[in-house]
Design a protein around this ligand. Structure first.
Ligand SMILES: Cc1cc2nc3c(=O)[nH]c(=O)nc-3n(C[C@H](O)[C@H](O)[C@H](O)COP(=O)(O)O)c2cc1C
Length: 349
């Protein structure tokens, strides 16, 4: 009879529940749990009190391996040792793991004795006080650079040293796109491959080659990724007026929106989707064609569809967490219909 696998998931992102790496790991585990009977326990490091190791070595000087610090690490160690499957998720920080993830790793010291033993010729390791049950270890990381090469090597190395019996690692280098509602369509296709990977690992112990190849495909191509990331990274200039800053945020938002356009939604050769942000006195247009979306700021444009709405209709315009409320795909399909019928239309919200 198949027994339920205990999965212990260490969410090591300082952003905790709202993190990109959590999104990656939860898709992976969705797939994993589809293929086998598993019970997942998530440990959100950011929600716990776990200090770094102080190096006092108290745990090595008492027979129970007790740590001198009294915090949530006891709870962690108990779940860590008894799990059948370990999942680590975290963002890449400075080519490594974030400090809170590293703290948890350091605090696993009580699992070892001070004594060393020799394995593989000259290699020494600490003798184990407690043996971890899990033989399956999955590492799910997100990063911000477009590339994994010259970026995540030290993370890979770190985990392969911690788990010499082997790990499976999935890294999404365009991690910041995962939680961006603008890019639902693109992200969903990537995450469905992550789910497949989880399912394949649970059912057959490895990721099939085709899935592995698909996971290497970028969510957005480099050029678009750079534009998107850099537009989201704008900041208020010294001495910039409120009005100018608001305008730049709107421009950035609308340009980001134009980058999410998918030409396959258009059946006509050209359609103009115009926006009038009523409470900000701001007008702009997306000229849609098979080649892409051109962004314009014309005050009296020819349009197929004009959307007049307050800023809140589109976004909270908090530049750190741009959140799309309007459904661009729906507006594009509407503009397409208006262009096809040659009947311009105005929508007021
Ligand atoms: C302090 C800091 C350091 C970072 N260092 C790197 C880095 O070395 N390489 C990289 O690709 N991304 C780096 N990033 C970007 C994060 O890895 C990326 O935003 C990630 O998706 C965040 O994931 P999270 O939401 O799960 O925390 C860094 C971000 C921060 C805040």
């Amino acid at each position: 009879m198949e027994t339920t696998k205990k999965v212990f998931w260490v969410n090591g992102s300082p952003s905790g529940n709202a993190s990109n790496s959590r999104k990656l790991a939860s898709s992976f585990l969705e797939g994993y749990c589809e293929a086998c009977d598993a019970a997942v326990t998530e440990f959100v490091c950011a929600d716990h009190n776990i200090a770094p190791c102080t190096g006092c070595r108290f745990c090595w000087r008492n027979s129970e391996g007790r740590c001198a610090q009294e915090d949530d690490m006891d709870q962690f160690i108990a779940s860590y040792l008894s799990a059948d499957v370990l999942v680590w998720s975290f963002p890449v920080y400075m080519y490594s793991v974030p400090a809170i993830t590293k703290s948890v790793m350091e605090r696993l010291l009580p699992c070892l004795f001070a004594q060393l033993e020799v394995i593989d010729e000259q290699k020494t390791v600490h003798k184990k006080r407690w043996i971890r049950k899990a033989r399956e270890v999955y590492v799910l990381a997100t990063a911000g650079f477009f590339n994994t090469a010259s970026n995540i090597e030290s993370v890979e190395k770190l985990f392969s040293l911690l788990y010499p019996e082997g790990i499976t690692m999935i890294c999404c280098p365009e991690g910041d796109l995962l939680t961006n509602s603008f890019l639902r369509f693109y992200v969903e296709s990537y995450l469905s491959n992550v789910r497949s990977a989880g399912k394949e690992l649970a059912s057959q112990g490895s990721i099939i080659e085709a899935t592995g190849q698909r996971l290497l495909r970028p969510i957005l191509p480099l050029e678009k990724y750079l534009l998107f990331t850099n537009l989201q990274g704008i900041y208020r200039l010294k001495d910039e007026s409120n009005e100018a800053w608001e305008r730049r945020k709107l421009q950035s938002f609308m340009r980001c929106l134009s980058l999410t356009y998918r030409p396959e939604l258009l059946s006509v050769d050209r359609a103009v989707l115009a926006f009038d942000i009523t409470d900000k006195n701001y007008q702009c247009q997306l000229v849609l064609s098979k080649a892409g979306a051109e962004f314009l700021e014309d005050e009296n444009p020819q349009y197929d569809l004009l959307v007049r709405a307050p800023c809140s209709f589109f976004t909270s315009v908090r530049i750190k967490s741009i959140e799309q409320k309007a459904d661009l795909d729906w507006l594009i399909q509407m503009a397409n219909r208006c262009a096809f019928r040659k009947r311009p239309k105005q929508l007021n919200f």
